[in-house]
Design a protein around this ligand. Structure first.
Ligand code: ADP
Ligand code: MG
Length: 397
């Protein structure tokens, strides 16, 4: 299979359903912060040749290579440009499931890289600051709408964009667009057909600004929950899903109208650090257990998928909410980019090494991307069903 670095842009796999596509992995090192500089922490990470990173540990020195390595001087624009996110957007427009997830310990720069400095705060900054400091998600949204404008000139069929935004905290799913609508959200589906969150609020959007507003509101809701509930944001997984649908003509022998259903998913994972046992009492114990559970299962799935012997066996996707929702992204039919975020500080050596080892394993995971289509009739029926259910719920209120 061709997994070379020639960007796949506008060049989907030749033979859909058989061509393998390796999970791409990039790493970004954030600068030392003032707290670290004050206690004269030093930097032990060095990036070389744009794709390798060396950890000068207390005892050993270790080198890792990835698809790209971004050092402390990298700008948001450079990370967007060389991360492969554009390819994810292009493929999602073409009907694939594209996923980008950020992994790393709390404070390593996941939210900074995905959204921008301060998460929700960036939306309150002036326009010049926003343009310069926006993270991958707003940049990808901007690129998505650019591409859609160009493509809808080429094809005559319009695109429909639906968006949902949720958070998994303590193995419970919360709606970040419509928080009051959050009770008992359950995952439905199967590994074969894909998993989804039932009753999650979804909204059609038509412009980039509408989508950015939803992102801002979602980030604010996330920050608010974190303020009320003891910093949940470092312990929750936030998942933004942008569904991109387009009606296409069926093939000759199949006159039925089809809808192509691509999806672009961004996940800002919970902090990967081990939760200290001293914090784990009573309610906190169940919380940390469950939170560890999602990340633990993610780790187990990544290890199994990256091992050619275990890959053939059972992958425990079903053991956590996070891994069910990421099943297509890891060893499934999607296209995936992992961003490993790390602190350069010597005091973070163990956590950084642990992140780099995870990332190193994820590199070996192979997906077999396929375009998702469904008959237009099915799509319409499903939407009608959802509308009916929402109406019923409103009656109950
Ligand atoms: P996480 O989401 O992984 O917990 P954050 O993204 O909130 O971490 O980053 C922690 C702090 O470090 C924030 O103040 C953030 O703005 C800053 N930071 C992270 N990455 C960078 C970077 N590449 N350049 C400058 N500051 C950064
Ligand atoms: Mg964060």
């Amino acid at each position: 299979s061709s997994t070379g670095d020639s960007a796949y842009r506008n060049e989907p796999p030749q033979d859909p359903g058989t061509e393998k596509d390796r999970v791409r992995v990039i790493v970004r090192v954030r600068p030392l912060n003032s707290r670290e500089t004050e206690k004269s922490d030093r930097s032990i990470l060095y990036c070389e040749r744009e794709n390798s990173i060396t950890v000068e540990g207390a005892k050993h020195s270790r080198r890792f290579t990835f698809d790209s390595a971004f050092d402390v001087t990298s700008t948001q624009e450079e990370v967007f440009h060389y991360s492969g996110v554009k390819r994810l957007v292009d493929m999602a427009i073409d009907g694939y499931i594209s996923t980008c997830f950020a992994y790393g310990q709390t404070g390593s720069g996941k939210t900074h890289t995905m959204i921008g400095p301060g998460g929700a705060n960036i939306f309150r900054m002036d326009e010049n600051f926003r343009i310069k400091n926006f993270g991958l998600v707003p940049r990808a949204i901007n690129y998505l709408f650019q591409q859609l404008r160009e493509k809808s000139h080429e094809t005559n069929a319009p695109y429909y964009i639906r968006v949902s935004y949720c958070e998994i905290y303590n193995e419970q799913i919360h709606d970040l667009i419509s928080p009051s609508h959050s009770d008992h959200l359950q995952i439905r589906g199967s590994i074969e057909d894909g998993f989804y969150v039932e009753n999650l609020f979804q909204t059609y959007i038509e412009t980039m600004d509408e989508l950015l507003t939803i992102l801002e509101e979602g980030e604010l809701n996330r920050a608010m929950a974190s303020h009320n509930l003891n910093d949940t944001s470092s312990r929750s997984h936030a998942m933004l899903s942008i569904q991109i649908e387009q009606d296409i003509q069926g093939t000759d022998d199949q006159k039925e109208q089809m809808t192509r259903q691509g999806k672009l998913v961004f996940v800002d994972l919970a902090g990967s650090e081990k939760v200290k046992a001293s914090l784990s009492k009573g309610k906190q114990l169940t919380e940390t257990n469950n939170i560890n559970k999602s990340l633990l299962v993610l780790g187990t799935c990544i290890s199994a998928l990256s091992d050619s012997v275990k890959r053939a066996g059972h992958i425990p996707y079903r053991d956590s909410k996070l891994t069910r929702l990421l099943a297509d992204s890891l060893g499934g039919h999607g296209i995936t980019l992992m961003i490993a975020c790390i602190s350069p500080a010597s005091s973070c050596e163990n956590e950084s090494l642990s992140t780099l080892r995870y990332a190193n394993r994820a590199k070996n995971i192979e997906n077999v991307p396929i375009v998702k289509t469904d008959s237009k009739e099915n799509v319409i029926n499903r939407l009608k069903h959802e509308v009916r259910k929402l109406k019923d719920e409103n009656h109950e209120l």
